[in-house]
Each structure stands twice: as structure tokens, then as C-alpha cells.
Design a binder for this molecule. Sequence first.
Ligand code: AMP
Ligand code: GLY
Length: 419
Amino acid sequence: MKTLVIGTGGREHALALSLSRDAGVTEVHAAPGNPGIAEVATLHDVDPLDGAAVAALATRLEADLVVIGPEAPLVAGVADAVRAAGIACFGPTAAAAQLEGSKAFAKEIMAAAQVPTAMAHVCETREQIESALDGFGPPYVVKDDALAAGKGVVVTDDRQEALDHALSCDRVVIEEFLDGPEVSLFAVTDGSTVLPLQPAQDFKRALDGDEGPNTGGMGAYTPLGWTPDDLVAEVTRRVLVPTVEEMSRRGTPFAGLLYAGLALTSRGVRVVEFNARFGDPETQAILALLRTPLSALLHGAATGTLDQVGMPHWLDATAVTVVMSSAGYPATSSSGDAITGVDAANGLEGVDVIHAGTALADDGSLVTAGGRVLSVTAVGTDLADARARAYAGVGAIRIEGGQHRTDIALAAEQGHIQL
Ligand code: AMP
Ligand code: GLY
């Protein structure tokens, strides 16, 4: 099968890497890609947001499967354009991607499907905002209704900070604070069959100890040793299946990757958010352990034949990924800073260095080109082993002015996660 991956980040590198190792895949192409993706795919200089251009590229390549990585092209209808050209595409329609594109729409679907989530108010005026903030009390949870790459959410005890963020949004969702650890559960679906993947945990805050601002994600690991045994079954039954059914009932079936961000609260599982695509960086860890050919899952979802694929199989191992970012992330980012040691890290056993915001300088050297620069993904026998390998990889790499968390998966390794 000839495949084309759309996007330019770490998730797309992980997807392209996995497809390049898949016996069912003959060619991997990517647009626009990055220097890491270039090592496993043929790159094409096409704007990922231009549906006509992506469809034309897929047609010219005679691609059997197009995989759309990021949310922005999905919300812009790029998957619709590819399917209209008669090519199988992994990724929901623009209408279905509203599950991620609008937090208010996601709340409406969850209410209709009786999916457990935080109570919320959608606010457009200062009066509504203040009344919602004071109704819930601290900690305040304030979410920009529009797409904000994981950075439109402020969780704070400071009423003024919450109010300022809310007033800076056109439309804002203010909701009840959910306590308890977070879990990311991904499911591949063709709109009727739902195949959950292995749960992962990601680390959203910029700094060690879950301090600092929210980011796109600073690291992840899978599997989780500390969740209840029936978590996947329960979330499939109470969250994933009802959501997929509700989307079908409305005539906007959801096919692609349904990402449920969950909080395991003292009162049970609650959905924090839905995304309409693979999460980044959880994907890097999850795909490192996937034994079922990725192409079979993605093609099955794209063509409505997932019932023939069956539940995915996993390596009996643990994967940890640690994100390395450039100076200033997440408030800003720094481009053109030198990166060294990637080959040394890649040479370590069990380690893959996944590129996100990297570029080649004029002299051919690798430099930063964004906030999240690399993620170092390692597979080990258990958390301690996988963490040690991942951090050995991180230690081999230097990013001028760069930063990373030193405590990815540490609390889980030490058995400190409280349910
Ligand atoms: P979201 O973009 O909706 O996933 O929010 C980003 C992050 O903010 C989440 O991963 C949580 O860490 C935090 N967050 C969002 N909603 C809530 C909530 N209702 N209660 C507590 N934390 C939240
Ligand atoms: N890891 C969080 C996200 O992809 O939104």
C-alpha cells in the first residue's frame, strides 16, 4: 500500500516511522514533513491546509491511503477533499472534526450521548463569565472555544487571571474543575466499529512537578500500571461508543482517531476533552508498542472495514517519550538554534529520536524550528528501564537554550499516582 502522511510534527514522524516499518506498506510519502520524516518518507512541498493540493498530490502519487495528522487540516476539510478525489483517507470530515474544533460542540454531543464530563457554561459576555466563575469557584477552568493547539486552556486559582483569559476569547467555556489523574485513551473507528488503543498518560505542564503553563505535551508513557483493570472497557462503553453513535445519528459520522482525554476523578471517569486525531506526544509512545500493522488499522478505519481487523496487539513492554523544546516554549519558541547528538541518541538500543520542530540550516546542520523540537522515545522492559533509556537519549542530545522535563513518568515509576 502507498501511503501519504500530512503534517509536520512529532506525531507525523511517529506515524511515518511506523508505516515505514510496516510490511503492508510499499511507499511512505509525507507533506510537508520535517528532516526526521525525510529519513523514512519522500517529502513533498504541499500546504497541509490546502485540500485541493493535498488531493492532487495523493492522486499523482496513486496513494492508497492518506493519513491526516494535525487538527487544523481536519477542521479545514482536507480529509473531505481527499475522499472526494476517491482516495481512502484516515481522518474525520470537517463536520465530525468539530468534536475537537469546538469545545461547545463537544459538550453538546456529550450531553446528548450522556457521556460523563465536567459541568460547563458557554459564555460570550462579561456578565456570563463572572457568573460562571463564581458559580464554580476555584480552581477556575477557562477554555477558549476555538482551536488553540492545547494552549487555550487556563487552570488557575487566581480569579483575575481566569477572568482576563476568558475576556480575551470570543467565546469561552468555563467548567467545573476535575480532580484526579489524567489518562489519554485513543480509539480507531470507522464510524461504527470502535477499537480502543492502549491508554497513555501525557504531561501537559511545562515544568517538573506539573508546574508552569499548559503546553502541547512534554512527554508521555504507556501502558499505565495504575489504572483500574476495566478502564478501557468502561470508557469504550460509556464514552467512545455512545459518542460515535451520536455522531452517526446526526448524519456526521466520525471516522478516524477519537482521542478521549479523561480525568479519573473521585466521582468516576470524566471526559476532559475530545480530539479528532492522534495526540502528540502520546502517539510516539503508543506506536512504539503497537504490533498490529498500523496500515491495517488506518486503512480499515478509512474504508469502513475495521470489523475485519480485530483488536490491536501490543508488545509486552513499556514506552516513554520525553519532549525536548526550544528556549521560551510555550510562551514563545526559538528557531535556528543548534541541535547536536541526535545520531548518538538514535544509536542507543530501544531509542528513536522523533523530530517535531527541526530544520536543516544552510550548512546542512540540524537546528530548531519551533517550540517542541524533538521527542526521545524509548522502549524498555518496565517503566524504570524505559525511563532510563529515554533519558540516556535525552542526555546525548544538546539543544542550544533548550529545555525538557526530568520527571516524565517518574511518579508512576515510584508508584505515587493516587486514584
Ligand atoms: P484541554 O485542552 O481541554 O485538554 O485542557 C488542557 C489541560 O487542562 C488538560 O489536559 C487538563 O490538564 C487541564 N484541564 C482541562 N479541563 C479541566 C478540568 N475541567 N479540570 C481540571 N483540569 C482541566
Ligand atoms: N497530547 C495532547 C494533545 O495532543 O493534544
